[in-house]
Design a protein around this ligand. Structure first.
Ligand code: SAM
Length: 276
């Protein structure tokens, strides 16, 4: 499907509508207009741009150095994209910093709200990234996390457009066969590289263990949790790959789960280290 700026912006707006609903479910009492926000894995900048009108300031960070990629013109180009689509946003509130979610460059307790959209199925070590997000959130502050599709979803390869009639091909094929399959369908060397290293391959149970159990040690209280199911492929469950994936040990629950969202509040009194 051809890229459309309008559709891209509409999808990012929809993400924020859903986020607002989940924050309501979590009874989040965030004072938006005073808030300093961080978006982790926020390349592209649309979530940050759309959040800008409601906050004091927003930083967004990504492993991909968008400033470098766009020769220092990233924020200006983002502003132009928004303007072309009828959005006049306070871009001066936005700052992009290239950086690794595993080692955030910010001091402890700096942010009122830390969010991440569709990056936790990519980031290589989710527990470390979440620990970093917890570290930079102030006590009483909020964390919002959402990601879809997880690795075990029918389109969890993130290259489903190259294996159009083969749901779960990335789970069922051995890696060489999968790479050959998508190469034959037009994948470039860059795509092949991304297919190899771009997804963290974390399974549903490990995500659940992290978000529901291990976060307690990070001083986070889970205030809202949601998973959703569904398939990108038509009649996915009837496809032989569904049975083949189950044969390989994937449960029907993880094969049908598409995405996960969680809202946390950092406990008041949860540590800020003395060398902040
Ligand atoms: C699917 S994109 C999502 C971008 C954006 N959040 C959105 O929803 O439009 C996933 C992003 O995660 C970033 N990413 C992956 N690993 C990362 C890491 N360790 N630290 C920071 N960003 C990372 C990628 O560079 C990529 O931009």
């Amino acid at each position: 499907m051809a890229y459309s700026e309008a559709d891209d912006i509409a999808a990012h707006k929809a993400d924020l509508t859903t986020m607002d609903w989940r924050m309501d479910q979590a009874k989040a009492d965030l004072n938006w207009s005073e808030s300093l926000i961080l978006d982790v894995g926020g390349a592209g900048g649309l979530h940050a741009a759309l959040l800008a009108p409601r906050c004091r300031r927003i930083y967004f960070t990504d492993l991909t150095d968008c400033n470098l990629r766009y020769k220092g013109e990233f924020i200006r180009l983002l502003a132009e994209k928004c303007e072309r689509n009828g959005l006049c946003l306070p871009m001066a509130r936005l700052e992009f910093h290239a950086g690794n979610a595993l080692e955030l460059i910010y001091r402890d307790g700096l942010f009122d709200f830390v969010c991440s959209f569709n990056a936790f199925e990519h980031i290589s070590e989710p527990p470390r990234a979440l620990a970093e997000m917890a570290r930079v959130t102030r006590p009483g502050g909020w964390i919002y996390l959402t990601f879809d599709p997880i690795w075990t979803a029918d389109s969890g390869s993130h290259f489903a457009h190259f294996h159009e009639r083969e749901p779960w091909a990335h789970l069922v094929d051995d890696p060489e066969r999968f790479e050959q399959r998508i190469r034959d369908a037009g994948a470039t060397d860059q795509d092949i590289h991304e297919a190899r290293v771009g997804m963290n391959r974390v399974r549903l149970a490990a995500h659940e263990q992290l978000l529901k159990v291990e976060t307690l040690d990070l001083g986070l209280q889970l205030r809202h949790y949601q998973t959703w199911s569904g398939y990108q492929f038509t009649d996915a469950e009837a496809h032989p790959n569904h049975a083949a994936a189950m044969q390989k040990g994937y449960s029907s629950a993880e094969l049908s789960t598409r995405g996960i969202a969680a809202v946390f509040q950092k406990r008041f009194g949860a540590g800020i280290s003395s060398d902040a």
